[in-house]
Design a protein around this ligand. Structure first.
Ligand code: CAA
Length: 239
């Protein structure tokens, strides 16, 4: 039974991924940032232990991984799902809005991968999935910061895939389209209804539809799939 850690998993895609991994037989732990009520309710409902730390903080990530490993054993599967938006047109975007998104979405991926990669290399096994976005591929007005991080994750992941291949460590990106989560619910409704018109499937994705792809990519049998970006966007964008 392999051990899996999912970040940013108090709700939404992270929580759905953790539950799907549990259902597939993994020992699972989740990280969350600040939504303690949601995380505790999730842990109580699923039995999955939830640990709070800020993925933007490299020391907190190292310590957090140590706490997780004391509970479920060495992390063999890492899903970097933690992410935030601070949407604004560039001409209105503050340096703080830029910096926060870079630090969490891209810095968090570095910090978490850095905290587990040596163990994965020693054990000659690892599965890493980084949560991208359709908007990292297509661009999105109001998201110069967010789209830059999601595009950046792709270059990061391809490089890590090259480094890990000889050690049976795979690294892939899952790039969801607009999904039924609180992040998307925060988009102004008139903007969201315009966006939905550009989705051929005519609806949001469910978190479970994204989780399903993660479970596929992290399985032992997916050993030859590495460095890819798997789009799940209802036809909105086909790179
Ligand atoms: N494409 C092009 N131009 C757009 C646009 C779009 N999609 N949306 C707005 N604009 C233009 C408007 O037409 C307007 O142009 P003019 O000034 O020339 O008239 C200009 O942008 C400013 O519009 P607003 O007055 O509405 O600006 P605002 O500052 O109040 O809000 C915004 C701008 C914050 C970007 C807002 O439109 C918004 O929140 N958009 C949604 C962005 C989005 O899709 N975020 C995704 C979040 S979910 C997520 O990220 C998950 C995932 O991975 C998919």
């Amino acid at each position: 039974m392999r051990a899996a850690l999912v970040t940013g998993a108090s709700a939404g895609i992270g929580a759905a991924t953790a539950e799907a991994l549990l259902g597939a037989g993994y020992r699972v732990a989740v990280n969350y940032g600040s939504r303690t009520d949601l995380a505790q309710a999730f842990a109580a409902r699923t039995g999955i232990p939830a640990f709070a730390w800020n993925v933007a903080d490299p020391v907190a990530c190292r310590d957090g991984v140590a706490r997780v490993e004391a509970e479920i054993g060495p992390v063999e599967v890492l899903v970097n799902n933690a992410g935030i938006t601070r949407d604004a047109m560039l001409h209105k975007m503050s340096f703080e809005q830029w910096r926060e998104v870079i630090d969490v979405n891209l810095g968090g991926c570095f910090n978490m991968c850095r905290a587990v990669i040596e163990g994965m290399r020693e054990r000659r096994f690892g599965r890493i999935v980084n949560m991208g976005s359709v908007n990292g591929l297509s661009g999105q007005a109001g998201q110069c910061n967010y789209a830059a991080t999601k595009a950046g994750l792709i270059g990061f992941t391809k490089s890590l895939a090259l480094e890990g291949a000889s050690r049976n460590i795979t690294a892939n990106v899952v790039a969801p389209g607009y999904t039924d989560t609180s992040m998307v619910a925060a988009v102004p409704s008139e903007v969201l209804s315009q966006i939905l018109k550009s989705v051929p499937a005519g609806r949001l994705a469910t978190p479970a539809e994204i989780a399903r792809a993660v479970v596929f990519l992290v399985s032992d049998e997916s050993a030859f799939i590495t460095g890819i970006t798997l789009s799940i966007n209802g036809g909105k964008y086909m790179p």
